[in-house]
Design a protein around this ligand. Sequence first.
Ligand code: UTP
Length: 480
Amino acid sequence: MSAKTEARCEEVRERLKAIGQDHVLQFCDDLDEVAREYLLDQVEAIDLDALPALIDRYVRDSGAFGHQGAIEPAPYYSTPTRADADWDVAAYRAAGEELIRANRIAAFTVAGGQGTRLGFDGPKGTYPAGAVTGKPLFQCLAEWIRASRERYAASIPWYIMTSPLNHEATLAFFEENAYFGLPEADVMLFQQGVMPSLSLPDGKLLLADHGCLATNPDGHGGSLRALHTSGALRDMRDRGVAHVSYVQVDNPLARVIDPIFIGLHASAPDSSGEMSSKMVAKASASEKVGVFCRVDGRTQVIEYSDMPEELACATDDTGRLRFNAGSIALHLIGVDFIESLMSGGRLTLPFHRAVKKVPHVDLSSGALVQPEEPNAVKLEMFVFDALPKAKSSIVYEVDRIEEFAPIKNASGTDSPASCHRIQTARAARWLEVKGLELPRGPEGDADCVLELSPLTAMWPEDLDRLSLPTRVDRGSRLAL
Ligand code: UTP
């Protein structure tokens, strides 16, 4: 062992001892130099000064958010197809298009999640999502970007956040697929940070093996830190990017570059241009989505589990849910705003705790334990917790069928099957207006499977340029 590594080891041990965590170096002497350096790197990447306070708040306590102040529904811009939409859609669209053409907009996809509910082996972005073609989620998003680049003659760089668990596999996938037709120089992949898993009830760091801490990706909110630490933010500055369009990897219908939303975010009188959101009307009071609210004059998302029942069920004079604005995890975020969130080098977002089963090394025997019961706390940050830091944040309503078909679960709600149904419903709606005859089942659903690429049409009116089939047979599959 080199003297340098020995000295580093002693220094880290002292810092760990001061916070009662030096057990993580218990097997250090058995490790070779490379393995020891790796473990020391891992420990040093943790904010050890902040750890005791985190343990007090999230392990010894529940870390629950108390909502102070009155909770009001957040106002929103109604979807242009609603009768009460009294805003100038065309003007905002033109303003957004100007920003896209001026290369001021980047796409940003968070793809570092573990996709445990879907149970798919591999990065979620590689999951086959096209209802007919089975094209992967990454390709669905890439096609929106390609279509927008072509339409606006803009560069639209694409930043993709992975995690240490899926980075190499994601990179290989992009290389195998020739970056889905995008210039490699305009696609940047970078890794998010991790948080150590903490044992219950005492908040000890856990070892995944003798030379490795048990960690988990730090949540989609960690993207706001990773944009900074990875150099992506600097790259955006160099390119003149002013706003990023944030989309999650699991929603193939996300309108990745949306001029109307961009126009609203950047130029609506009540938007500070810091962080804006899209919403859909909630399907029911019990739908498990976060809701946009106003607390102390600031817009924020309150998670369904934190929303008082009487508020979640409250209705207005017309019988509509008062708290109707469901979050669909689509945001526009200003580059200046992202920078401002890293005050003093630390991202100032709260954590959310999840109690999970985390395999770990038993310190007395040195053997790996697979717990049968949840034994540890995992900490994650959520991107929407940045919203209340914006001075004035707007919400824009979109139609669920047009933009929200997430793949979260293997079956049931938000599954591949429901995603295919929504893709079909959206394509059916667009094509029928253009005169296509579609077979309908007894429930009124299209009795066929349809998929519409943004390279074919980004808006219904784009179909006017095409010669379309006049009818689709019952049970058939059509990709356009
Ligand atoms: P989800 O909250 O749906 O989590 O992520 P998930 O990891 O994909 O799936 P489960 O909960 O394990 O089943 C929403 C989006 O945020 C990204 C995901 O990749 C997805 O695009 N995400 C989530 C990250 O990028 N990093 C994280 O640490 C967590």
